[in-house]
Design a protein around this ligand. Structure first.
Ligand SMILES: *Cc1c(COP(=O)(O)O)cnc(C)c1O
Length: 373
């Protein structure tokens, strides 16, 4: 998935470093699971759910198999009766579209606001229609976008708001964590996320006992109790015991690792500051979990910027190149006009940003950014 490190260069990501660093704790967690005799939904899973709920500041956290499942099960649980449409952004990697389509819902897209690259109350109001039952806001790149006004306008219209926090775990505004502000929050523990498993994992968080109970049923076949199917649309989507144990060993380090990510992005932003070629989206405060270090290239020049960085040994990626409404696999009839989304998709590039980067590597990226022309 991630290319091997360029020689004398800076890799975009390198999981081998965190795995080596955490090896001892991961092995101890493995032993604890093997010794317990429970391999799914055991004590580690239960403890992880309660630690996650406590961390985010909500009453319930429900472990599921992935961030995409967290979105799908949340949508199934929360879609108001008589509605069938999910409204979302088209620049956030397609995950909410995949989830909504899998749940059998219609998908509509709102454009994003230019500074946050997230939907806001005005772009949403522009795009809602009578069938819209759910709005998904993705805290893109780790930036906790202020959704209080979104929640207000949606609730006035009976629309449920889901926060996709897959990239923003730990981000907070005035002490409130992302995931705790809207009706439901979803997380992914894909290995490169800020809190990464050693495989797949996800979670749903909510303060609503009814929504929590609905997701709990849906993640195991629609069961109310064992072998008694109470609701349709269920599936098997469990966070397994080993992953829960691994996540528990890493959770206490999340704050420090997020701070390191922020430091990296802030240094890049400063280095690029005097450069007219690119702008790095800064991550200065705790409202940003700095999942990705994203830069904007001038229109039409992204590939040449990436080529220059590559020649300097710096690997880059693009998050994300194709907006959802242009994805061939979704075959959206008459794609909507989303000018800011399309402009962003054509200009963004992501620089290396992971807590295990060395100071030398960060310096190398900064130096290259300073001299980019
Ligand atoms: C990674 C990611 C997801 C999906 O998570 P998986 O665990 O890979 O299914 C959803 N939304 C966003 C914004 C993501 O970055």
């Amino acid at each position: 998935m991630v290319n091997p490190s360029p020689r004398n260069g800076v890799p975009f990501a390198d999981l081998s470093r965190s795995l080596a660093r955490d090896r001892h704790e991961l092995l101890r967690a493995t032993e604890a699971v093997l010794d317990s005799g429970w391999v799914v939904h055991g004590r580690q899973h239960q403890l992880f759910e309660s630690e996650l709920a406590h961390y985010v500041g909500v009453s319930s956290a429900i472990g599921v198999a992935s961030g995409t499942d967290a979105l799908e099960l949340s949508m199934r649980a929360a879609m108001p009766k008589g509605k069938n449409t999910v409204l979302t952004a088209a620049n956030a990697g397609g995950y909410s579209s995949v989830a909504a389509r899998r749940a059998g819902f219609r998908v509509r897209y709102a454009d994003v606001e230019a500074s946050s690259l997230c939907v806001d109350e005005s772009t949403i109001m522009h795009a809602v229609d009578g069938s819209t039952g759910i709005v998904v806001v993705s805290h893109l790149y780790g930036r906790f976008t202020d959704i209080r006004a979104v929640v207000t306008v949606c609730h006035e219209r009976g629309i449920v708001v889901i926060e996709d926090c897959a990239q923003a775990m730990g981000a907070r505004i005035e002490g409130s964590h992302c995931g705790s502000v809207a009706d439901i929050g979803t997380f992914s523990f894909y290995p490169t996320k800020n809190l990464g498993a050693v495989g797949d994992g996800g979670a749903v968080v909510t303060d609503s006992p009814d929504l929590a109970a609905a997701v709990v049923r849906l993640r195991q076949y629609g069961w109310n109790e064992k072998y008694e199917i109470a609701v349709d649309g269920g599936r098997n989507s469990r966070l397994d015991e080993l992953q829960a144990a691994f996540l528990r060993t890493r959770m206490p380090h999340l704050e420090l690792r997020n701070a390191r990510r922020r430091e990296i992005v802030t240094r890049y932003a400063r280095a690029a500051n005097d450069n007219t070629m690119i702008t790095v989206l800064d991550a200065p405060e705790e409202s940003h979990a700095a999942h990705l270090a994203v830069a904007l290239a001038p229109r039409g020049l992204r590939e040449s910027v990436r080529e220059k960085l590559s020649r300097a040994g710096i690997q880059t990626e693009v998050h994300y190149p194709i907006p959802d409404h242009r994805q061939v696999g979704f075959s959206v009839d008459s794609p909507p006009s989303l000018p800011i989304t399309e402009d962003a998709c054509a200009r963004v590039l992501s620089l290396p940003c992971f807590p295990e980067m060395t100071d030398d590597e960060i310096d190398q990226v900064c130096c290259t950014l300073e001299h980019l022309s």
